[in-house]
Design a protein around this ligand. Sequence first.
Ligand code: HMG
Length: 447
Amino acid sequence: MSETPVGIDGIELWSGKLRLDLPNTFAPVRDEDPAKYTKGLGVEHSSLPDVYEDIVTMGANAAKQLLDRKGLTPNDIGRIDVATESAFDNSKPVSTYIAGCLEEVYEEDFHHANKGERKFACVSGTQSIDDAYNWIRAGRHRGRAALVIATDTALYERGDPGEATQGAGAVAMIIDTDPDVVALSTEQGFGSADETDFLKPNQQFPSVDGKRSMQVYLARMREALQDYESVAGDTHPDDFAYVPFHTPFPGMVRKAALLGFRHISRDTDAESALASEIGNQPRESEFVSREAYEEAIREYMDELKETDTYREWYDDAIDPTVDVARMVGNWYTGSVHVARLSTLIAAADMNRDLAGEKLLLASYGSGAQAEIHAETVQSGWREAITPVNIDEQLEARYDLSFEEYERVHDVHNHEKDIEVEAFTTPEAEFVFTGWGRMSERRYEYIE
Ligand code: HMG
């Protein structure tokens, strides 16, 4: 008898309410070619938080939208897991703040829900889904669902090359049995190593070795894919309708996808079909030195990316996964979940019948760890996804001038204490109102 599927039953997202136009506002001040953003990094805008927004308000707002849409109340929720790398407290978890906010607007409370906070850079959103999955599979959930929230304000030090990849937003997900959106595979692959590519040693903004972080991302992804195949069997490009990756910026996904395609097409009819055009993939045993082999691989990849076969696969399986990231930037823990949502929205817009098809999810967190698993799209996916009002949210963002952006960055800088007027007016949402007597952050719901 097959097991009841467990997976994502609903998804909502909350974008920071400001936006920075990268090619038109940011690039000119940096004296850079706008094409570096639109073509190189593949980004148009960053979402940024207004002065009354933070990881708690964005997370609570995404969660409330989701609970309301699904008709759930606190009694239906047995755990709240928050993934973030923007936490402001080393003891009290963000999930308690979010539960506190939600308890202001529901009659029931979350006193019997297990709450926590997950940390492992961007991969902790996926790890929180894992925790929920394991809790349900272990039979400890008492028929209740888990609320998983990935929320971050991904800001870099002013002048850091990473400033071009900032973003802010939250993704809320319900994990449950018989899910409407996707069922998770039991098989998982991990690629994990002690790395110092990106870290925040008790500091707000990250120390980043940008170029190295890209190499580490690719190396750990490759390890995770090999590990996944060791339990799930060999993969083939036709196995997956879409491959959503962790997306620090779409240009990173471009690199990862090319390596991924080479790997999953090796020793398959897909490699043979390309052989008359670009030859077979180089095998290390055919070369006298590692250098010669690596050179041959580079040449093969340069040719592979120009083939119609690869371009069509990329346009179908990868490009729709970065549609939203292009408009919002990196949301750290939420990023791969934004990529999944982006994929499903694109499939719904194309009227594609996706039920029963598979996604291959590729998550990554600096420090560093990649995780890969498959997801099977469920029959209720379209009805679950179409109400997500992402276009409306993105359209409503306030477009910052560069000088306004500088003030917004300062107001969210924990080292600075400045007053800045809000750029937007809150409506039917949680807002940050200031600090209490024990330096706790305080919130209220604005009708
Ligand atoms: P940079 O030095 O400003 O940019 O830093 P660049 O000079 O490398 O240019 C970027 C791309 O634009 C290049 O493309 C250029 O060629 C191209 P590539 O050659 O690599 O394909 N370009 C142009 N294209 C067309 N026309 C032009 C033009 N000019 C340049 N005129 C960097 C880029 C990513 C290093 C920087 O933004 C950074 O440090 N970002 C933060 C770190 C990061 O995002 N790393 C990604 C992997 S690690 C990760 O994903 C984890 C993370 O999410 C954190 C976590 O897990 O918690 C970050």
